[in-house]
Design a protein around this ligand. Structure first.
Ligand code: SAH
Ligand code: SF4
Ligand code: F3S
Length: 515
């Protein structure tokens, strides 16, 4: 069948979409770029904020119109909304034929098959699979085993001159055990489960054999990766995914006699065993339990990118406590100190929530202080959005008015922009490797009398006769965006790593020249 798949949400979802695509293609389905040409329309959804869900509701509205006009169309909602909203969404959106939570994606082809058969027979048959409720709790291992097959059977086909196909995600941990009070992820993705190191390393090797040069490891709190060997085996004696040990495990030494692979060990293994991998990155770092062992592996492994996405969420201890983040501001600052001492070039990015339940002007002021104090290259700033099913939704009051949330959001954005500008400035004059990923047309900033354009932006020393010029966009190991004048053969350079001399800086990006 012709399938259209649209993805919302985080990198986990992007990876899930890629796996779903591979799986459906191997069964003969064909993907089309526009929903109007599709017989099956799938939305891989996100529940993290209400806004993310609203986008999907409007897509469902459009699909509903098509169905009302008599088109034969299968509409599927997969991912976190299918898990969170479940049957409720079915009730409100009769146009939805199937739903499939992130823990059930291995069964998606079956659901599509059933829906197609029901439609052909003019029967109405609607199925919702949500892992936390159906099989996951009862038979975790079987479910994880099937999900694991989805990652293991991944097909990968890099496309020439396409940067995206040279860069891949590899999951090391599914789910999350942290239960921050505002967050829906532990509810939609289920318990934290760690994949066996051998599976992760093999997957990296296979991707690199297929032409991938950059891998980003994924986990919600990636430094909590920990795999105790010999404990979880499949029936044929291979290592199986393993439920995470919980926070307490990080406060005491590893049990004697148990061979354990920590996150630092895993990074080291991938770096050593996959030498053709040019860039190894990872998200998301949890500011607690981030040991010096990880920083030391990063320092000693030249192909591991010195970049940490380590969300602080707030600069107020009171808020951090209400959020159940499990660290204080001073612990966060200690983490940052250790990072900058061991890795002076490491960039740090994060996420911040403004207007969480009970946040006062003073709490917010403390967040501003944190942002001024830490050399954050960027922060994604979110207005608190109450999510049904979370502890904050049930037990705390969403008492910060929306206009206050908006004002705090704007204040913090402006502040972050100044901090970002400072961080970016420090790179001027240096030469950095850049992963070239995109081309874009820019209109020229200033024109001179003879019709030629003298590009005043630092680094754009070339003169051009057109009113637009082409830039090639790259990313430094520290995830800084570098914009450079595109050479003639720019298309061939996409998806490769080159050197760039940094000649100027702006709040959000660096201007460079390809060396
Ligand atoms: N595991 C990551 C975060 C994953 S969700 C971590 O712990 O850092 C991505 C970001 O969405 C979070 O860092 C948080 O800033 C934001 N977020 C999560 N739930 C939210 C909510 N209910 N309202 C607003 N922002 C939220
Ligand atoms: Fe959500 Fe907290 Fe888990 Fe991150 S660590 S996914 S914010 S519960
Ligand atoms: Fe959204 Fe689910 Fe990711 S809620 S942020 S898609 S884990």
């Amino acid at each position: 069948m012709r399938v259209y798949l649209e993805t919302f949400g985080c990198q986990m979802n992007e990876l899930d979409s890629e796996l779903v695509r591979g799986q459906l293609q191997s069964l003969g389905h064909e993907f089309v770029p526009h929903p109007d040409d599709a017989e099956v329309v799938l939305f891989n959804t996100c529940s993290v904020r209400e806004h993310a869900e609203q986008k999907v509701y409007s897509r469902l509205g459009l699909a509903g119109v098509r169905k009302k006009q008599g088109e034969q169309l299968i509409v599927g909602v997969i991912g976190c909304m299918a898990e969170r909203d479940g049957v409720d969404l079915f009730k409100r959106y009769p146009q939805v034929d199937l739903m499939c939570g992130p823990g059930e994606l291995d069964r998606l082809p079956l659901l599509i098959d059933n829906a197609a058969r029901a439609e052909a027979a003019d029967r109405s048959e609607r199925v919702a699979l949500a892992g936390n409720k159906s099989r996951r709790s009862a038979t975790l291992e079987a479910a994880e085993d099937n999900l694991e097959m989805l990652d293991l059977s991944r097909a990968f086909e890099p496309v020439a001159n396409d940067a995206r196909s040279r860069s891949a995600y590899v999951r090391i941990t599914r789910g999350c055990n942290k239960f921050c009070t505002y967050c829906v992820v532990p509810h939609t993705r289920g318990a934290e489960v760690h994949r066996p190191p051998s599976h992760v390393v093999d997957e990296c090797k296979r991707l690199v054999d297929a032409g991938v040069i950059e891998i980003t490891l994924l986990g919600q709190t990636i430094n909590h990766y920990r795999y105790a060997h010999g404990m979880a085996l499949t029936v044929d004696g291979n290592e199986a995914p393993q439920v995470g040990p919980g926070l307490a495990a990080f406060r005491k030494p590893v049990a004697p006699g148990v061979r354990t692979t920590t996150f630092a060990d895993l990074l080291h293994r991938i770096h050593e065993e996959v030498p053709a991998l040019q860039r190894l990155r990872f998200v998301t770092s949890y500011p607690r339990d981030f040991g010096n062992d990880i920083l030391e592996v990063m320092r000693d492994s030249p192909r591991i990118c010195q970049y940490l996405h380590a969300p602080a969420q707030s600069g107020s201890d009171r808020m951090l406590k209400a959020m159940n983040r499990g660290y204080t501001v001073s612990e966060y600052l200690d983490f940052v100190d250790r990072v900058t001492t061991t890795l002076p070039d490491c960039t740090i990015g994060g996420d911040i929530i403004v207007g969480f339940c009970g946040e006062t002007d003073e709490d917010f002021e403390q967040t501003c202080e944190l942002v001024q104090r830490v050399p954050f290259k960027n922060n994604f700033i979110f207005k608190y959005s109450p999510r049904p099913g979370t502890v904050a939704f049930d037990r705390l009051t969403d008492d910060v008015p929306d206009e206050v949330k908006r004002a705090r959001n704007n204040t913090l954005l402006a502040l972050q922009s100044r901090v970002s500008a400072r961080v970016h400035e420090q790179w001027v004059g240096r030469t950095v490797p850049v992963f070239l990923e995109d081309l874009r047309e820019r209109s020229a900033p200033a024109s001179t009398a003879n019709g030629r354009v003298a590009l005043s932006v630092a680094g754009m020393s070339t003169s051009e006769t057109n009113s637009t010029f082409r830039q090639i966009i790259g990313r430094s190991p520290g995830d800084l965006i570098v914009a450079m004048p595109a050479p003639e053969n720019a298309v061939e350079l996409l998806g490769t790593v080159r050197s760039a001399r940094i000649v100027g800086s702006r709040p959000l990006l660096l201007d460079g020249l390809l060396a």
